[in-house]
Write a protein that binds this ligand. Structure first.
Ligand code: R1P
Ligand code: URA
Length: 436
């Protein structure tokens, strides 16, 4: 597959619709196609990280550590359980060395610029783009017994960390809060994930940048609790008709005569937190914003790597399930979600993707008192509107393309440095930085 083969760019649409990266982003900057597209790398069946790195135009893959740096006596893994450390401070537990409870890293091991990726294999693959953090060292790597991998090295000379975040907003919460605790100064975090494209112009294999921010879509269990309660209160029953395989109409309202009458025919969620108020099975948050500058340089970097025709900007929705709250249906569960996708795209015409973490990253950045800049980019792995799923062998090259763009954006974003006081406090604690 040629990254730029499709040629025609979608003209920028109205501001509230997903749009292709506008052409001016590349004018005067990079007329040559990026290394990946020059080599037609996407779709390669190569699987070794070094192959992917070479395909992506990086001829000198860095060595990944299998064990901790030689000058560390301590094991890099299993910080919880096997080593039986003692934790202090139930409010924010850290061990005697200052290692966080779930990620197991401490100050000096994590760079202020972080690439958060969903899988360990993605972390290891994208780490092939890094150089060692300091001369004579290997990439720093730590694995916690909770399965969080942190790899620290340099990208184009700038210290960066790659952290495998796994899935869902609770895991993003660990990654953001525990990394915030071990880094001084302002931080930048970019999530590189996979997602489902919900409407045109986003399509399989595109890189979707959440420049418009993110909404959260949550299944609200109270909806079913209220249905149960109503079943025990016959007087509360309504007599609406219709039906579906799971007993709900397509708009997500009970069709069995036990549920509330629909307030609007094509809406199965309530905007705001309360299904109690709206009696809807899904709640959808207000949007949180992406860091505009970080997103803009990410779009620019992504367009330089894969071509502007393969980059789409818009809104992403982070769901609390891959299934119910992303509108996936099946006979096993009563999810009342048949109309969810249509309702979401109607309410948010710029919605381009569904995934599971970006909202929480942006929400925490918003609440970080200015100390975190954040945005997200995803490879469109599924097309929900055509029901196509991408051939999985194509993913690594796209992960490398997205990773290259994200690392360039991270390396390029200005951050407020740690204050003299913070640095003095770190020095007093004997903090050593793996990149020095
Ligand atoms: C679901 O398959 C997972 O894939 C997406 C979703 O956000 C969720 O985490 O992202 P990652 O590929 O980054 O994990
Ligand atoms: N990840 C998601 O969360 N959803 C998709 O459809 C694909 C990847």
């Amino acid at each position: 597959m040629q990254l730029q083969g499709k040629g025609a760019r979608v003209a920028p649409g109205p501001p509230n619709q997903p749009r292709r990266a506008p052409q001016p982003l590349l004018l005067g900057r990079s007329s040559a196609p990026a290394p990946v597209s020059r080599r037609g790398a996407l779709g390669s069946s190569a699987t070794r990280p070094q192959d992917h790195a070479a395909l992506a135009g990086f001829s000198r893959p860095a060595t990944l550590l299998k064990a901790q740096e030689p000058d560390h006596a301590e094991s890099p893994s299993a910080v919880i359980g096997r080593l039986k450390p003692i934790y202090r401070d139930a409010n924010f537990p850290t061990d005697a060395q200052g290692r966080t409870y779930h990620l197991g890293t401490r100050e000096g091991e994590v760079a202020p610029r972080i690439l958060s990726v969903g899988t360990v294999t993605r972390a290891q693959l994208v780490a092939t783009l890094l150089q060692p953090p300091a001369p004579g060292r290997q990439l720093f790597q730590r694995v916690s017994s909770r399965g969080f991998h942190t790899i620290t090295g340099r990208f184009e000379g700038v210290p960066v960390s790659i952290v495998s975040t796994h899935m869902g907003m609770p895991n993003m919460d660990f990654v953001v809060r525990e990394n915030r605790a071990v880094v001084r100064g302002q931080m930048a975090i970019v999530r590189l994930g996979t997602c489902g494209a919900v409407q045109h112009p986003a399509k399989l294999g595109d890189l979707l940048v959440a420049s418009h921010g993110s909404i959260a879509v949550r299944r609200d269990a109270d909806y079913w609790s209220l249905l149960e309660r109503d079943e025990h209160q016959p007087s509360a029953r309504t007599a609406n008709g219709g039906g579906s395989s799971n007993g709900h109409t397509a708009n997500g309202h009970a069709a069995n005569g036990h549920g509330p009458a629909p307030a609007a025919p094509d809406v199965c969620f309530v905007e705001g937190p309360s299904a109690l108020a709206g009696r809807r099975p899904y709640s959808v948050s207000l949007p949180v914003r992406s860091d505009p500058y970080l997103a803009s340089i990410l779009v620019e970097a992504a367009a330089a790597v894969v071509g502007p025709g393969r980059v789409v900007q818009g809104l992403t929705a982070s769901a609390d399930s891959f299934y119910s709250s992303q509108g996936r249906t099946g006979p096993e569960f009563d999810d009342a979600n048949e109309g969810l996708l249509g309702a979401l795209t109607k309410a948010h015409p710029d919605l381009m993707s569904l995934e599971m973490e970006t909202f929480h990253l942006m929400d925490l950045a918003r609440c970080s008192k200015g100390s975190i800049r954040a945005t997200g980019i995803c490879v469109a792995l599924a097309e929900r509107y055509s029901n196509e799923f991408m051939e999985y062998s194509k993913l690594p090259a796209l992960e490398l393309a997205g990773g290259t763009a994200a690392l360039r954006a991270l390396a390029g974003v200005p951050l407020r440095e740690a204050t003299g006081e913070e640095l003095a406090a770190a020095a007093a604690k004997g903090v050593q930085y793996v990149w020095e």
